[in-house]
Write a protein that binds this ligand. Structure first.
Ligand code: GLU
Length: 285
């Protein structure tokens, strides 16, 4: 059986959407149509009996618009401005998700994390317990970084690493990263027409890490291929398969789960010796 055929039997799925997937680049406003389809897809997975966790960015984009800073971008605004916009935008983003999920009769829960929540033993224990209880209660946790007290994902992450940490904390068996890239290539396809698409990665080795590029080119999100490979390392060692795919059409979620040949799949290779805290320390996250 091919790896993709096993996805329909997964028990716990984490889906990550980057800012570029839910923001309209013309105005910085949210793309409600896409968010609606995203939510519908996730509710449908839930109705298949799977546990679902959503990791969503977009708080800064919503906040920038609300605070009248639309003329600025993530890179022209100061870091404190971005943080303030995230604080303003997070509640509005959550309100939108809450409304959409409740239209499909599903309950959400807001979870804001930082790397410190994972590095600190007591906070990690608490976060694991809360996720476990939320999933037991049937909620769909909606996760973002707590941008008020931490800026890692704002500066270089696009929530890629965060979503892999969430996969680890929740014991997920599949992580789907949706952004503005449709998968892994041997080189940057926008610059090199000979770049080849890689459909499956069995093991993330040093050669592959070198291949990862530092930019997605969208100007909206920040996560490049290297943060996605890092996420793949965490997910894989924690026992989750990972798929990188384009978030252009949110209907890919069910197509991926149904085993269609979409995006790049990273095989899980559970590593009993993998220690998330030491790994985060080592990569300087
Ligand atoms: N947490 C931030 C947001 O929601 C930024 C994460 C990201 O880089 O997309 O906007």
């Amino acid at each position: 059986m091919g790896i993709r055929e096993t996805f329909k039997d997964k028990k716990r799925i984490v889906v990550k959407v980057g800012s570029s997937s839910i923001e309209r680049p013309e105005t910085g406003g949210l793309n409600y149509t896409k968010m609606d389809i995203l939510v519908r897809e996730l509710c449908d997975l839930k109705n298949r009996g799977m546990d679902v966790v959503l990791v969503s960015s977009g708080a800064m984009a919503v906040g920038r618009k609300a605070a009248g800073l639309s003329k600025k971008t993530r890179s022209t605004a100061t870091l404190p401005e971005n943080q303030a916009c995230a604080a303003i935008g997070q509640s509005a983003l959550m309100m939108t998700y809450n409304k959409l999920f409740s239209e499909y009769n599903h309950m959400t829960a807001q979870v804001l994390l930082t790397k410190y929540s994972v590095q600190n033993n007591l906070s990690r224990y608490n976060a694991r317990n809360t996720f476990s209880e939320l999933l037991k209660l049937g909620a769909i946790p909606v996760v973002n970084e707590n941008d008020t007290v931490s800026t890692f994902e704002i500066q270089c992450g696009d929530n890629d690493t965060l979503s892999a940490m969430v996969a680890n904390l929740t014991g997920a068996d599949l992580l789907i990263l949706l952004s503005d890239v449709d998968g892994l290539y041997t080189d940057d396809p926008r610059k090199n027409p000979d770049a080849e698409f890689i459909s499956e990665v069995e093991k993330i080795d040093k050669k592959l890490m070198k291949m990862g590029k530092a930019s997605t080119g969208s100007g909206i999100g920040t996560g490049g291929m290297s943060t996605k490979l890092r996420a793949g390392r965490i997910a894989s060692a924690s026992g989750a398969d990972m798929v990188i795919a384009s978030g252009d059409d949110m209907r890919v979620i069910s197509r991926i789960v149904d085993g269609e040949e979409i995006g790049t799949v990273f095989h899980s290779n559970r590593d009993e010796d993998f220690d998330l805290v030491s790994y985060l320390d080592a990569i300087g996250v």
